[in-house]
Design a protein around this ligand. Sequence first.
Ligand SMILES: Nc1nc2c(c(=O)[nH]1)N[C@H]1C(S)=C(S)[C@@H](COP(=O)(O)OP(=O)(O)OC[C@H]3O[C@@H](n4cnc5c(=O)[nH]c(N)nc54)[C@H](O)[C@@H]3O)O[C@H]1N2
Ligand SMILES: Nc1nc2c(c(=O)[nH]1)N[C@H]1C(S)=C(S)[C@@H](COP(=O)(O)OP(=O)(O)OC[C@H]3O[C@@H](n4cnc5c(=O)[nH]c(N)nc54)[C@H](O)[C@@H]3O)O[C@H]1N2
Ligand SMILES: [Mo]
Length: 771
Amino acid sequence: MDRSENTDKPRIEPYDEPTGGWGSVKSLVSKASEEGLLASTVWATMQHQNKPDGYQCVSCSWAKPADPKPFEYCENGAKATMWEITPKRCDREFFARHRVSELLEWTDHDLEKQGRLTTPMKYDRSLDQYVPVKWEDAFRDIAAELNGLDPNSVVFYVSGRASLEASHMWQLFARIYGSNNLPDSSNMCHESTSVGLPESIGSPVGTVTLEDFDACDMMFFFGHNTGTNAPRLLHWVQKARKRGAPVITFNPLQERGLMRFKSPQNPLEMLSPDDGTKMSSDYYQVRVGGDVAAMTGIAKAVFALDDAAKATGGSRVLDTAFIEEHCHGFAEFETFVRAAEWDQIARCSGIPRDELEHVARTYARADKVIANYGMGLTQHRHGIENVQMLVNLLLMRGMMGREGAGISPIRGHSNVQGQRTVGITEKLKLIPVEKFEAFYDFTVPKEDGLDTVKACEGLIDGSVKGFVCLGGNLARAVPETGKVEAAWKNMRLNVQISTKLNRTHLLASEKSYILPCLGRLERDSQHGVEQIVSVEDSTACIHASFGKTEPASRELLSEPKIVAELAKATVPGRSSVPWDAWAADYGRVRDAIERAYPDDFRDFNRRMATPGGFHRDIGASKREWRTETGKANFLTPESFDVDPDIDTTAQDVLKLITVRSNDQFNTTVYGYDDRLRGVKGTRMVILMNAEDMRRLGLTDRDRVDLETHAEDGVTRRVENYLVHEWQLPKGNCAGYYPELNALIPLWHHSRRAHVPAAKSVPVRILRRSAA
Ligand SMILES: Nc1nc2c(c(=O)[nH]1)N[C@H]1C(S)=C(S)[C@@H](COP(=O)(O)OP(=O)(O)OC[C@H]3O[C@@H](n4cnc5c(=O)[nH]c(N)nc54)[C@H](O)[C@@H]3O)O[C@H]1N2
Ligand SMILES: Nc1nc2c(c(=O)[nH]1)N[C@H]1C(S)=C(S)[C@@H](COP(=O)(O)OP(=O)(O)OC[C@H]3O[C@@H](n4cnc5c(=O)[nH]c(N)nc54)[C@H](O)[C@@H]3O)O[C@H]1N2
Ligand SMILES: [Mo]
């Protein structure tokens, strides 16, 4: 069972300080001392963070400006850096002291806290321990295992941190071996965007740049916890607020970062006694899953304003010229929205009509609007409809493909967007198959591979027999962790290329290997020449990243080197990829990327070194619509009802959202304090609405178990959670990922994008009888 607590007396009290501010400074100082880091070491490293001649932060993917501030980082970026440059080591002595079955009882926090992995290890079943293995033996043995398996039964997962160079090599290796099973963390994250946006606007990524953020006169935020998950973006929000731009937020939780912010970079602000900038001009606690309804309401009110303008001869609210020239599907959309009933809109969204009309009036007055969104839209059964509805709202007023306006999916991992750009995908239609075949003289397998959900299905039914993972902690990040963990141990092969010990390493299969690699912050020297890598940020901007710190261990290899060695051992002579030459000079991998993707990567090696990097070629940001209709498509949802195929009308079923705390990066748990929500000393808490608590006979601090409400015969349960009253909509509750992943059925995902619906898990809350 999970035991993600560090004290017997968790404290939960409202946090009413601004985000940023002194709280973030204090939090950093205490993290540095916990890690045993000297302030001077932290300072010397952090100066290089997100600088044109430094390294690109390993935390979130928010854009990096060409003219950075002296401190171009945030509290959470600094934490991620400290976590990586820690002096602690999870070395061969550590593995000699602990058996794997013992480590399986440890929490995520305690495992990663052991520090950086230093030595390649392989599992010894007779000892139930990981024991050191020489690199060349590991490569040879893994290759032999891979060659004994059907390539279709092996999955090559990538978490979104690996560089463009490592990622491009990785997918070529998998395909030459014979597998298109290339799911990545994006499958659990913004896949609703990757599927939804191309259908709408012909681009899989956002259309805005930092210049647009500086020019906009209004912003929407749907389902993103910016203060925790992309804190540097708060500076652009604050600038917009100071120009008087309204910021309208839809989120079931009152997230501190979108309420109040004080810039730690601004001494005057830090010293002033006030409580910082009011970030959202209007904040709506939409019901979980109620965004399509809310957006339908806003659109309906926009139509009404346009009708009134037409009647009185005022200037139109709809951008009719844009719709006429650039759009398709408007009539159907208009019919749908006009037919929608206000009562039902208000019931589904939880927001009254007059408030949605107020939003529409604000929107109608603005000229340059950016719509930001995160997991609150994508991780739903109707994740794609959420994304496409937001685009519809922008298209109505022509807010696409012009300065200061557009769609802004806020991506997760620091290079997750870029990995897709250079070929990491299980979907064949997204890669230049003929080019790969012609350039490297091999045949790409002709069927789509497995995405994350399908890979887990294969794991559970026994058809998937091996996982080779380039980063991540997949068994912990996916739904249905009970079944997945059991099945993981039944596989033949588990290979983890990583920096820190995590639970997925410990689910030892017949043959299991831990291959420790350099992190992005570290100097990477190949044959005496320091290598550079590159990443793509959330605004489709490509940046160079220069390693600055000493490697954590002399035994570490770089990710490109590990991929090259695995490929040489596994598929020798099966393609003309020059693995050794690429591993010796990453500039040559970039040349190969440019050759495969000339539009996006023209003059790659030169342009990536310019301050601020360079932008990919995004058609929609120039009003070039690379869709089947050649237009920007209004795509009308079937209904605006919430989660149409999940029954939450059953008595006492609540909809659970699983979110990140301010003290974690995905499954990496830095500590037990979610400062911005005022939750301290535990992650085992369920935040509930007061009325729901009363109805269920619960009082604050009661201990409860949670069970998934699903009629599929499977019991999914987590135990001994602490209940706490919280301001969120009735019928909804919230808690932390990944501890709660055991509750999410594998089949509960976005219907076409297969993103696990981690934001709408139907659960029952059961009071524990007094012990
Ligand atoms: N420090 C830090 N930074 C990170 C990460 C991290 O773990 N820690 N993770 C990275 C990754 S991989 C990602 S994908 C991003 C994730 O960044 P976010 O997209 O912010 O992810 P979550 O923490 O899951 O929070 C989702 C937000 O959506 C809201 N929400 C839930 N359901 C709904 C809904 O139905 N409607 C609306 N409108 N809102 C809803 C929640 O209350 C929450 O505020 O952050 C990246 N950056
Ligand atoms: N319930 C629920 N589930 C979710 C989500 C949710 O909101 N709710 N969010 C989903 C999302 S958005 C995502 S992106 C996934 C995240 O899923 P993953 O990306 O698989 O998980 P992480 O926790 O980011 O992976 C952490 C591990 O990566 C390794 N690592 C760190 N840095 C490096 C590096 O530089 N190189 C290599 N090779 N390894 C490294 C370390 O060993 C560390 O333990 O989880 C998903 N799961
Ligand atoms: Mo993510």
